[in-house]
Design a protein around this ligand. Structure first.
Ligand SMILES: C[S@@+](CC[C@H](N)C(=O)[O-])C[C@H]1O[C@@H](n2cnc3c(N)ncnc32)[C@H](O)[C@@H]1O
Length: 277
């Protein structure tokens, strides 16, 4: 239910502008309920009575944690195991065999909006399965970096422990046995899967030159939040972070369409990837 008391005149528009500025997320018209329902908890914890006051406090910079809490509250972290399964099949069928020639250095894969970690851990599980059928391949190793704007969700990702629905959604019993250690109702990602994966904070609307170059970038189910202009900017910058011939995976409902002529579309097994020209 919308708590209109939290939004004074002009507060919604000011919040839209603020959120787009700090993390690129574009809130359309009529999303007042989303703002009030997501922010009411953190506002009451901090004794703040309106969104206008919240913005004043965050801009005054007296409470450093406030901006992080707002971003945590406003981002949608929904994810599940082996989402868009064809992408993982494309890694095994196309990307890994192709990487055999790149001896002497690790294959680097970036999960750029990794949420609670399912996506980067799934990439590592796919590597594990590929190596069990193709021993000795990928001899330079594989490095998988998971990043997200939400610190809270990154903490969950780093723990690698999943309980209830988050342990089972998208994962069958055989995969659970193969890739996890069970602790009661919860599953912990096995050390041999975790060892390839590291996590760090990164806002994809900001400079990521420090992350280095990648052979594969997953940027799935996040571009949907951004304006067309911001989306095009992110895709151009991802292109600059990819090594020649590198692959970009987007969510199955997202497309590169008008945003870039830097890539060729590759179709395989019902999935789509974009290969840097
Ligand atoms: C819907 S989840 C998608 C997770 C995963 N990629 C998948 O496809 O299942 C979107 C994720 O994007 C993150 N996100 C939103 N804005 C971001 C930004 N500007 N930079 C990095 N991550 C962002 C959110 O915190 C959230 O974890």
């Amino acid at each position: 239910m919308v708590n209109h008391n939290l939004l004074g005149p002009g507060d919604y528009e000011a919040f839209q502008e603020y959120l787009q500025g700090v993390c690129g997320i574009l809130l359309g018209r009529g999303k007042e309920y989303l703002v009030t329902s997501r922010l009411s908890g953190l506002m009451s914890t901090n004794g703040i009575s309106s969104v206008g006051d919240l913005l004043r406090q965050v801009r005054a910079g007296r409470n450093q944690g406030l901006q992080v809490s707002i971003i945590d509250a406003m981002t949608t972290n929904e994810t599940f195991w082996f989402r868009d399964a064809s992408h993982f099949q494309m890694l095994s069928d196309m990307v890994f065999p192709d990487a055999v020639s790149k001896l002497g250095r690790p294959l680097r894969i970036w999960s750029s909006a990794c949420s609670s970690g399912q996506e980067p851990y799934n990439i590592s599980m796919t590597v594990q399965k590929y190596l069990s059928g193709n021993p000795g391949r990928l001899s330079g190793g594989v490095e998988i970096l998971g990043t997200d704007i939400s610190n809270q969700i990154l903490e969950e990702a780093k723990k690698g422990i999943y309980c209830g629905l988050s342990a089972s959604r998208g994962m069958d019993a055989e995969q659970q046995r193969r890739y996890f250690v069970a602790h009661g109702d919860c599953l912990e990602v096995r050390p041999d899967i975790r060892r390839r994966v590291s996590f760090r904070h990164q806002n994809i609307t900001q400079n990521y030159a420090l992350l280095g170059r990648f052979d594969v970038v997953f940027c799935r189910n996040v571009l949907i939040y951004f304006s067309a202009e911001k989306k095009a900017d992110i895709i151009d910058r991802i292109a600059r972070t990819l090594n020649p011939g590198g692959y970009l995976f987007l969510g199955s409902t997202e497309s590169l369409a008008a945003h870039s002529d830097l890539f060729d579309m590759v179709r395989h097994g019902g999935g789509i990837a974009y290969r840097l020209r």
